[in-house]
Design a protein around this ligand. Sequence first.
Ligand SMILES: NC(=O)c1ccc[n+]([C@@H]2O[C@H](COP(=O)([O-])OP(=O)(O)OC[C@H]3O[C@@H](n4cnc5c(N)ncnc54)[C@H](OP(=O)(O)O)[C@@H]3O)[C@@H](O)[C@H]2O)c1
Length: 313
Amino acid sequence: MTGWQARQLAEQTGRTFVITGANSGIGLETARDLVGRGGHVVLAVRDLAKGEQARSEITRGASGSAEVRRLDLSDLDSVASFAKDLAEQLEASGRLLNALVCNAGVMGGPYLMTSQGFERQMGTNHLGHAALVTALWPGLRAAGGRVVVLSSIAARGGRLSRTSSREDLVAPSPYQASRVYSNTKQANLLFAQELHRRAAAAGSPVSVVAAHPGVSATNLFSRQLREQNRGWLVPAARVVMPLVLQSAAAGALPTLRALHTSTPSGSFVGPRALGQFRGRPELLDVYSSAGDPAVAARLWALTEEVLGAPLPA
Ligand SMILES: NC(=O)c1ccc[n+]([C@@H]2O[C@H](COP(=O)([O-])OP(=O)(O)OC[C@H]3O[C@@H](n4cnc5c(N)ncnc54)[C@H](OP(=O)(O)O)[C@@H]3O)[C@@H](O)[C@H]2O)c1
């Protein structure tokens, strides 16, 4: 097979990565690869037991290491305490934070709210990650590190615009679950590009790359089915998904390429084949839904307003 291969990633000994949602799917496979190359991965998870299970699985026989830390992106207090504890531990150990992978995500389901009362999908996928990037920015800057943000082909259907309101972000009405998910993934892509532009303009050493994993067989779909009270479909989905979708390991390749130093800041990485559903990771054009800097600036301003604090860079 031609195209970019994970083996093009160098050895990662001495480098530290934070991956959100690293106990499952694409985050787990990304962590497995990096630990296998000697890296140290902080598994930032909301369920410590699942995190421990993942840690013991990916460190078995690997040259690298992993640690589990609790992070619930749907609670800004959890984001703040995760970042504070991590910064203290990095300083104490003399480690640098080489990369943050904003990977965790939820898709669909009923209208639920975060601890701060924001709609759950946007609160988790975009707002929680924006707060996390902001809190970890000093550490990333000190390391000349990289932020990788997971988007999706669903971003193509996002409807955030130059005139979007605070309510569009935190209290969408009427609530259409798949529309809101698309908006969150559009927000991920807009945020990554705006962060890249601002970091570059400020002469910051931090680089920012967006990625999408095509369509990969992970727990994203089974959790959605359960939340739609269609959990009885999960066993069938578990059989069918690996036959029609690419594997979670293949879905992690865009993230791994996004982490590679040869991938320029501001890039968007993902598969191109079959309508971008699968294939080797390539450098892609940003979707038109996320191509307008004025929309990105609007999202940036709204995000700062909702979080009540300036974003970095
Ligand atoms: N799979 C695909 O085809 C696909 C396509 C496009 C984009 N993506 C994106 O890829 C990323 C990874 O998804 P995946 O497919 O690997 O799904 P997954 O297997 O369901 O993994 C999602 C991860 O996010 C975590 N998570 C959810 N809510 C969280 C919260 N409030 N705080 C912290 N962690 C939370 C989950 O934790 P729990 O295990 O505790 O629930 C899980 O570890 C997501 O951003 C998704 O939007 C996936």
